[in-house]
Each structure stands twice: as structure tokens, then as C-alpha cells.
Ligand binder design. Structure first.
Ligand code: SIN
Length: 481
């Protein structure tokens, strides 16, 4: 791999400030063409225990630093990431598949969490509480929870790490991260830059490993772990939550979604189409907040579909390193097969493929950006998280009915509303049972606002003041006279 800074290509685990081999290695391949990119240490449960021990040993010194001292190190980390954005984006595109421009966007997005939480940790204020008893003085202080363990996904191999690690480190916690085996190179490069920034040995540790059950058990059950945080599927999240229960660990869970995208008859259709493409085709549809169910008012259905079709036709599919490409491959063949299965199920149940609906000849992980109409809520495509470049459109006629249909899912992560009517927009945004609702835009993620879901989409928030609060214990202090 050609990089301006070859130091960023790390292939060992990072434990207690040392780069360590595993007992064996695992292969990292380019999802666009199957090329072998690197052999990376395959860490074990024992490596994970060593990482937790290092994080536990480093915690007292790190939490004792002032917020300003921690912020200074984190700001250096932020700056080093931004200085190396081109190389980091190249690594990300090669191992994950997203187009280079999106990868650069992810690096800047990921770095913004470090910058923002470095600033925010200076404001970890407690309270002085008006007392209930004149002979007592009451206050609260905020203290870091302790060792934080994280399991992060392959779809955002940079930003989902910084979104967890930055607030944890800023609060004074130490961290152990298990990145996805598909995309460890982006993760390990972050550790290299953390080391260069001066994060002390043991404050950040990373174990790449294929034995997810054994590593996950240590991360969720080790007595030295105070908090566990996960981004991934609801099914795996439920298993990990059960494991956390045995030690009553604190946890944050950012799980699956089934985002409705509602286009009212008073929507600006160009805004609606641009927003739909942004949320649906970002990362080839492989995001938790991707639009999953597109509900269009019958009066504008045909006009919207025609415009969406034109916009999808304009997308260029190919290798993410090619500047003209806007949609890359899916992460692996299983993902493409799943998408194909959803299309087949919908067609068998009466839906029509307007565009795409097939594998592409570019490579085995490519699936065509696809537009499907005539979808209904009973189809798998409307009930399961798609995680692919499939835009399934349904009709609706009535506001109350579409709200009911949009809410009729166990998921509650993100929802989208397209309307130029301010009263309706407010009404619908408030009625949707989701952790995040975007109105007249398809892009809303930012370090400064709380990201997360309700119902089976998760627990807790990442980003914003809420994301910081996840890593503090609030201690009530009562002083007798
Ligand atoms: C995700 O898909 O989990 C994250 C998407 C985002 O941060 O916008």
C-alpha cells in the first residue's frame, strides 16, 4: 500500500503502549477486488485480558490529570489525524470500499469528536445543591467511570472509534477497543497517531481478533471493566447486553435501524430526492441511519420516483479510489447476497424493480443501486435493516396513517421528514418514535449533537453533552456540619 506516511500501516495489536504480535494472523482484503492488503495480528482472549490490565493500571494516573492536560494530548491527536487525512482516507477506502471523498469526510468527522470532547471535558461541572438540612452541605462531582471497552463496526472504521474513545479519554477513562476484523488498518493507524500525540501507555489499547465470542466475553465480563460500548446489530447487541448484566456494567448500545423517509405532498421534491440519495447511498447504504422505507404521498409519488430514478442513474459505481466513483462495493459477498435476497422477496410479493436489482460485473461484492416501487410494509425489505443501495418506495395518503406505519417497527434510530409546511413538519417530527429525526435533509450526524436510538435501536447517546455524560459517574457528596 502506497502511503506518504508508511508508519500508519500497523499490523500488530496495541497493548500497554507496545505493538504486539498475535499467535496467528488474519488477512485484510480490498472488498472491491479481493486484493490482499495486509496480514494483521489475530489477538486472543488472553491479549484482551492483557489490554484490560493495562487500561486498569493506567487509569489512576490518567484520571488524575487535569482536564486541560488531557485536552492538550487529545488536541494533538486531532491535529495529527487531520495532518494525515489523505493517507488515513486511502487506508479506509482500500479496506472498507467507500469512495475516497466519503473516506476523507469520515476522517474529518471522526477527528471532530476528538476536538469537540477535548474542549467539552473542561466543563465537567458538578453542582452545589440547596440543602434540605441547615447542618448539611450537599454537592455533586463528576468522575470518570473507569476502564471502558468498545466493539466497533466496519462501516465507519475511524469515526465509530473516535466517537467512543474521545469522550471516554477526555473524561479521564482508559479504553480497550476491538475493531472490526474487516477494517483493522484504519483502527490501528489511529493508535499509531494516539501514541505520537502522547497518550500514555495503557490509556488506549487495541486488540484485533477473529474470536469475537471469547474477546467479547472479556470486554463485557472482566471485573476491571466499568463500562462497555458497542455499535453493531441489534441481535449481537442483545447478547452483549446479557453478558454485561452479570457484572452490572454501564453500557451504551448503538444498534440497528429501520429508518422511514416520509415525503409529503407539500415537500420540495428536489430537496427530498437529494436528501434521499444522501441518506440512502452514503457508504452504499451501509449505515445504521440509512433510509430503509421510503413513504411518498400518492399525489407526488410518480414525480418523486421519476426524479429519484434520474438521480440513481447518475451514480457512478466502482472502486472507491477512482475519483469519479460515488458508490463502492459492499463489504463482502454475504452482504450482496442479502441485498439480492431482499429484492427477490419483494419482487415475489409483487414489487417492481424500476432500476438495478442485480449484481454488477465490477467484482463479486458489487450490487447495483436499485429503485423498487410497489413495496408494502409486510415485505422483508420493509421490516429488516437493508444495509445496501436499495431504495424501496411505498405510497401513502394520510398523515396519521403514515406516522403509524413509520412507528410500527421495533427499531427507533433515525427518521426523515420532507415537508415545506412548518406546522406539519413539527407535528410529524414530534410524533415519530425515533432518537433522531431529520427534516428536509438527509445528513445530520455531527460531533456536537446526541446520536442514538430508542426501542431496540439502543441505549445511550454518542456525541454532544449527552455523549460526554455517558463516561462520568455523578457522585453526590453530603457534608455534615
Ligand atoms: C452508523 O451507521 O452507525 C453511523 C452513521 C453516522 O454516524 O452518521
Amino acid at each position: 500500500m502506497q502511503l506518504a506516511n508508511p508508519n500508519l500501516l500497523k499490523t500488530q495489536n496495541y497493548i500497554n503502549g507496545e505493538w504486539r504480535d498475535g499467535a496467528s494472523t488474519l488477512e485484510v482484503r480490498d472488498p472491491a477486488n479481493g486484493d490482499l492488503l495486509a496480514q494483521v495480528a489475530d489477538g486472543s482472549a488472553a491479549d484482551t485480558e492483557a489490554a484490560v490490565a493495562a487500561a486498569s493500571a493506567a487509569f489512576p494516573a490518567w484520571k488524575s490529570k487535569t482536564a486541560g492536560e488531557r485536552a492538550a494530548v487529545l488536541k494533538r491527536w486531532y491535529q495529527l489525524i487531520m495532518d494525515n487525512v489523505d493517507d488515513l482516507a486511502r487506508i479506509l477506502t482500500l479496506e472498507q470500499g467507500k469512495p475516497l471523498a466519503e473516506a476523507k469526510g469520515e476522517i474529518a468527522y471522526g477527528a471532530s469528536f476528538i476536538e469537540w470532547f477535548a474542549e467539552e471535558c473542561r466543563r465537567a461541572y458538578g453542582q452545589t445543591i440547596p440543602t434540605h438540612n441547615p447542618a448539611m452541605r450537599l454537592s455533586t462531582i463528576r468522575q470518570p467511570v473507569g476502564v471502558v471497552t468498545c466493539i466497533t463496526p466496519w462501516n465507519f472504521p475511524n469515526a465509530m472509534i473516535t466517537r467512543k474513545a474521545a469522550p471516554a479519554l477526555a473524561a479521564g477513562c482508559t479504553v480497550v477497543i476491538k475493531p472490526a476484523v474487516e477494517t483493522p488498518l484504519s483502527a490501528l493507524a489511529l493508535c499509531q497517531l494516539a501514541e505520537e500525540a502522547g497518550l500514555p501507555a495503557g490509556t488506549i489499547n487495541m486488540v484485533v481478533g477473529s474470536d469475537a465470542p471469547a474477546i467479547g466475553k472479556v470486554l463485557t465480563e472482566d471485573d476491571r471493566v466499568a463500562k462497555f460500548t458497542f455499535t453493531g446489530s441489534t441481535a449481537v447487541g442483545k447478547l452483549l447486553m446479557a453478558q454485561c448484566a452479570s457484572g452490572v456494567k454501564k453500557m451504551s448500545m448503538e444498534l440497528g435501524g429501520n429508518a422511514p423517509f416520509i415525503v409529503f405532498d407539500d415537500a420540495d421534491l428536489d430537496t427530498a430526492v437529494a436528501s434521499c440519495i444522501a441518506t440512502k447511498m452514503r457508504n452504499a447504504g451501509q449505515t445504521c441511519v440509512s433510509t430503509n422505507r421510503i413513504y411518498v404521498h400518492e399525489a407526488v409519488h410518480d414525480a418523486f420516483v421519476a426524479k429519484l430514478r434520474t438521480a440513481i442513474e447518475a451514480l457512478q459505481v466502482g472502486h472507491g479510489c477512482d475519483d469519479s466513483v460515488s458508490v463502492g462495493p459492499l463489504i463482502h459477498r454475504r452482504a450482496a447476497d442479502r441485498v439480492q435476497g431482499l429484492v427477490q422477496d419483494a419482487v415475489e410479493a409483487g414489487a417492481s424493480v424500476e432500476l438495478g436489482g442485480e449484481y454488477l460485473p465490477h467484482g463479486e461484492n458489487y450490487f447495483a443501486p436499485t429503485l423498487i416501487t410497489g413495496v408494502n410494509d409486510g415485505m422483508r425489505i420493509a421490516q429488516e435493516e437493508i444495509f445496501g443501495p436499495l431504495a424501496p418506495v411505498q405510497k401513502f395518503t394520510d398523515e396519521d396513517d403514515v406516522i403509524r406505519r413509520a412507528n410500527a417497527t421495533p427499531y427507533g434510530l433515525a427518521a426523515y421528514v420532507m415537508s415545506e409546511n412548518i406546522r406539519r413538519a413539527n407535528r410529524v417530527v414530534e410524533a415519530l418514535e425515533y432518537g433522531m429525526v431529520a427534516c428536509n435533509t438527509g445528513v445530520f450526524s455531527t460531533a456536537v449533537a446526541p446520536f442514538g436510538g430508542c426501542k431496540e435501536s439502543g441505549i445511550g447517546r454518542e456525541g454532544g453533552v449527552e455523549g460526554m455524560a455517558e463516561f462520568y459517574e455523578t457522585k453526590y457528596c453530603c457534608f455534615g456540619a
